[in-house]
Write a protein that binds this ligand. Sequence first.
Ligand SMILES: *Cc1c(COP(=O)(O)O)cnc(C)c1O
Length: 404
Amino acid sequence: MINVDKIRADFPILKREINGKPLVYFDNAATSQTPQVVIDAIVDYYSNYNANIHRGVHTLSQEATDKYEEARIKIQHHFNAKHAYEIILTSGTTDSINRVASGFASLLNKGDEIIVSALEHHSNIVPWQMLCEKTGAILKVIPMLEDGSLDMKAYHNLVNEKTKLVFCNHVSNALGTVNPIEEIIETAHKFGAAVLIDGAQATPHIKPDVQALNVDFYVASAHKLCGPTGVGMLYGKQEWLEKLPPYQGGGEMIDTVTFEKTTYAGLPHKFEAGTPNICGGIAFGTAIDYMNAVGFDNIASYEDELLKYGTKELLKIEGLKIYGTTSEKTAVISFNVGEIHPYDIGVILDKLGVAVRTGHHCAQPIMDFYKIPGTVRASFSFYNTKEEIDIMITALKRAVAMLS
Ligand SMILES: *Cc1c(COP(=O)(O)O)cnc(C)c1O
């Protein structure tokens, strides 16, 4: 059970007013808010043990190293990775995907096929297009259906012996669709293809088990699960991380360096050149502890209540259409009202204190599919309430009255 009043007290920003109105924050799919414990972890690092890690013999450096490596272990346990060194700390989902895409440049040949889904965020499309340009590999797309789910029949026809890599999000950020990743992974493996799952939008709601999923790569960003911006993770199965060449050259990722030959460090350092976001990594660990203390089962059932309530109330507004209507959804509602431009609705909602996102949500192919310029997206978190949904509905009715 969620005690929402108690949880809201953990988030200082929720006391803010916007344009004289209490903040209603429904842009959680873009970034989540930060609880005081995570803010405290950041302040504690810079106040008490700010130092570079791994290289120092002095006390501060050792304290910072210990905390940073503890965070890696928290992340390992959270995702149930077999080894801590299979967790690479990155600057976020986009960075994680680019590290894998760059590594595959040396493993792909002309004519190899890689498969993407139609529901992807641009960050899980563009790096692969760049990879295809570099290698001559061919990009195939799993089409989507009207309800915002993937056409799995088409997927089964796309995978074959030429398929080397499949990548798909666990949950679509634009529509909230939860994709059947178990089936995607199992099918790809029958043909020896590797699978990368973009978990940026799933991890705030679902606790993934990378071993049970048998996934090859799983990526996420801390800032969508109550952590700070600028830090994220890349899980890779050991065998894959060993196969991929290092991503960047620099300090930390080497074993020995001479001008004749450099040998690379082992995992995870091979993929972590330079000084990382030390404070961010530590605070990521704190955020995971916080989310687990709230409990992912509690989060999922409470957010589902918000989703059902929000959907029901929104559909009472004449001319309102929701995009993404499968039963397998997280608490994201993407909608338009009649012909009103989503941007105009977003501006008026902001005047009334309600933060939603408008536009293509970095998923232009989905908008093209529906032949719309974008949507208004309200995305809920476990610290939101039904009362806030009511405030949004009232504000939306005012906006619609003004704009139609
Ligand atoms: C937010 C998001 C990304 C990008 O995450 P960054 O933190 O901006 O790198 C990628 N994929 C999905 C599904 C997302 O929701």
